[in-house]
Structure formats: structure tokens, C-alpha cells
Design a protein around this ligand. Structure first.
Ligand code: AN7
Length: 362
């Protein structure tokens, strides 16, 4: 049973996920914890999505866009950077479609390290680029896509004294698995379905690890089916082969050669889950629904989880509990928002009561 939480403790007591879950993470008393108090994100009912499915399902959004840099990457980065610091490292490097670079920069700089980030020139959303710059990263934009950038940083990290903080770094997934713990603690049980967007497929692998660990420790009685979604123009895990030139409006998951492919396929198999693609149109549809019917602004890649759920609604059992992971904040990609909404926007109006009232239809 939970005891009453007063407002002061509710706003000050969350210590960040390493402190909250230290018994489940590869840290010791000697690990310098680099934290921005990430994790502990809300699980929000999204009834308008549930109503579209019917069958008395309960649908929740795990809104990880409320992490300190606005994406789930902070869960992995607090671990990766704390361990890098413990090992005496002075610089980190990553390839990124945007969110990893923002998170790596924030945590690395907080730890007093240099952060080198390689990004695909012209394909990183404005908010993410702004963050990497403000957090003081050394931003290297290449004439190539994410997959090429990842090859380069892997090579560099193997030759030079810089630590790689992409999701091939095992500490990343350790940190990210804590989202599953939080979901089980909030619901009192694992959900039936976990819907999640996939790019490099690190996050789905991390969630599966978390669900299995809590299940083995009897903190839950069931395991969810892992439902992974990719954008149609960028769906190597759905079609089963590498894509040389991935394309999608959801630039976060514009990835053609996922490094965590094997782990993700195991998660799918073990959980009796499924992978499916959703078109950019379906992604934007879900993105707009979340905004205008639920008041939740996520980035387009995140909306793929809800788009996927709606696409598979015929396969859902009556009474099921479903969690959709909203991996990133909508503010990350203002261009997408401004170009894709159903709002009425009148600009250049005369600052007069009559004009305004008329426009309001009064
Ligand atoms: C919002 O930042 O790969 O399947 O370089 O930013 O674990 O790769 C981002 C990925 C989903 C996919 N949603 O997660 C990067 C990067 C958002 C993301 C994904 C990403 P993975």
C-alpha cells in the first residue's frame, strides 16, 4: 500500500533512476552518479485511443518525453556517463539521429567530459540540434545517414581514447530497462502489450530485459507481448533486410541497419510479440490525435507506437492493458508540428476587438 505523499516530498524525493534502482544496476558505492534526476516519468491514461479500440481495453502512454533532455535516452545516458566517469574517461562519442546527441552532450558536460556527436547533416530535428549546441557538444554533421555515422564512431572509439555511448554500450540498456520497472510498479502488474517505436532497437531490448528481471523476481506475474513499430520507409526489422537509404518524417528512427537487431528479434520471439511498419501518414494521424485529444505532444517517432497499436487493434484481447511508449517530447521537432496540425491559425490580424470577435465567430 502506498502512503500519502505530501507535495514537498513528491516534488523533491525522486533521486534519479540510478539511486532509485541501484540494486538492479551494475553500480557500486564508488560509481560517481551523474544524474539530472531522470526517470520516474508518468504513465498517463490515453482514453481516446482506448475508445477507438473498444473491447474495454486500458491504454496508457509512458511519457518518457518528460525526461530532463526530453527523451528516453537520459535513462541510458545517466548509466553510460556515470560508468565512463568511473572508468576515468575524458571524452565520449556517439552517432545520432538527434536525441542521443542531446542526452550524451548534457550528461557528458555535467560530468566534465567532452562530447563528440556525429549527426546526419540536415536530418536532425531543430530542437535536438539546439540542445546539442547549448549543452556544449562538438557537433560533426556528415554527408551521410545515421548508419554511416555509427560505423565511423565505432571505428574511432576502437582506435582513440573516447568512449562510445550509443546503445552498443551495455550500460545504456541497463539504464533504459528501468522504464519497465516503473510501469510494473505503477500498474501493479506488467501490461499485456508493450507498444514501442524501433530505430536501432536498443530500447525494445532494454524494456524486455527489465520485464524479464522483474518477472523472475516475482514482481510481476506475467510478461507483455513486445510490439515493435518502424516507419514504412525505414523498416529493416519488418522486412528482414538492411535498408541503404531509409526515409521517414520520423527522423529519430530513420535507421536502416539496427545494431541491436539480434536482441530485438529475441525479445519478439520470447514474448510472442510482433514487428510491423506504419506509414508516415499513420504516424502523423496518431501524432495529431495525441495532441488534440489527449493534450500530449510527442515527437513523430514516438507516435509510431500509437499508430501501430491502432493498426493492430483487431488482434487485441478484450480487457487488455496496453502501454505505448512515447519516447520523445514534441518540442524536439517544431517543424513537424507546424507543418502537421489541424489547428486554425489566423495571422496578421488587426489588433481590434471587432476583428478578433469576428474571427472567433461571435
Ligand atoms: C524519439 O538519437 O537512435 O530503437 O540517435 O529518438 O532504441 O534506437 C534515437 C532513437 C525512438 C528508437 N524514439 O529507439 C538517436 C536514436 C525516439 C528516438 C527511437 C529513437 P531505439
Amino acid at each position: 500500500m502506498k502512503t500519502d505523499i505530501n507535495a514537498t516530498s513528491a516534488t523533491t524525493s525522486w533521486p534519479g533512476l540510478i539511486e532509485a534502482y541501484k540494486n538492479w544496476l551494475p553500480v557500486t558505492d564508488n560509481t560517481p552518479v551523474i544524474t539530472l534526476q531522470e526517470g520516474g516519468t508518468p504513465l498517463i491514461p490515453i482514453n481516446s485511443i482506448g475508445n477507438r479500440i473498444g473491447k474495454k481495453v486500458k491504454v496508457y502512454a509512458k511519457y518518457d518525453g518528460l525526461n530532463p533532455t526530453g527523451s528516453f535516452k537520459d535513462r541510458g545516458m545517466t548509466m553510460a556517463i556515470s560508468k565512463a566517469k568511473e572508468e576515468g574517461c575524458e571524452a565520449v562519442i556517439c552517432a545520432s539521429t538527434g536525441n542521443t546527441s542531446a542526452s550524451a552532450a548534457a550528461y557528458a558536460r555535467r560530468a566534465g567530459m567532452r562530447a563528440y556527436v556525429l549527426i546526419p547533416d540536415g536530418y536532425v530535428a531543430q530542437g535536438k540540434l539546439a540542445q546539442a549546441l547549448v549543452y556544449g557538444a562538438e557537433v560533426l554533421a556528415i554527408k551521410g545517414n545515421f548508419d554511416r555515422a555509427l560505423n565511423i564512431v565505432q571505428e574511432i572509439a576502437s582506435k582513440y581514447p573516447v568512449t562510445l555511448v550509443n546503445s552498443v554500450n551495455p550500460y545504456r540498456l541497463q539504464g533504459q530497462k528501468t522504464a519497465s520497472f516503473e510501469i510494473i510498479e505503477t500498474l501493479g502488474e506488467a501490461p499485456d502489450w508493450l507498444c514501442i517505436p524501433m530505430g536501432n532497437a536498443g530500447n525494445i531490448s532494454a524494456y524486455w530485459m527489465g520485464f524479464k528481471e522483474y518477472y523472475k523476481s516475482k514482481k510481476s506475474k506475467k510478461l507483455p507481448q513486445m510490439m515493435g513499430f518502424q516507419a514504412s520507409g525505414s523498416a529493416p526489422l519488418v522486412i528482414g533486410k538492411v535498408i541503404d537509404n531509409p526515409q521517414t518524417i520520423a527522423t529519430a528512427i530513420r535507421i536502416g541497419n539496427p545494431v541491436n537487431r539480434e536482441k530485438a528479434l529475441i525479445a519478439k520471439k520470447e514474448s510472442n510479440g510482433a514487428f510491423l511498419d506504419v506509414t508516415d501518414k499513420e504516424i502523423i494521424e496518431a501524432y495529431k490525435l495525441l495532441g488534440k485529444e489527449e493534450g500530449i505532444f510527442c515527437e513523430p517517432a514516438s507516435a509510431a507506437s500509437v499508430a501501430g497499436l491502432l493498426k493492430r487493434k483487431n488482434e487485441i484481447q478484450n480487457g487488455a492493458t496496453i502501454v505505448c511508449v512515447l519516447t520523445g517530447n514534441g518540442l524536439k521537432d517544431p517543424d513537424c508540428a507546424i507543418n502537421n496540425n489541424d489547428a486554425s491559425f489566423s495571422s496578421g490580424l488587426e489588433p481590434e476587438i471587432q476583428t478578433i470577435a469576428q474571427r472567433m465567430g461571435l
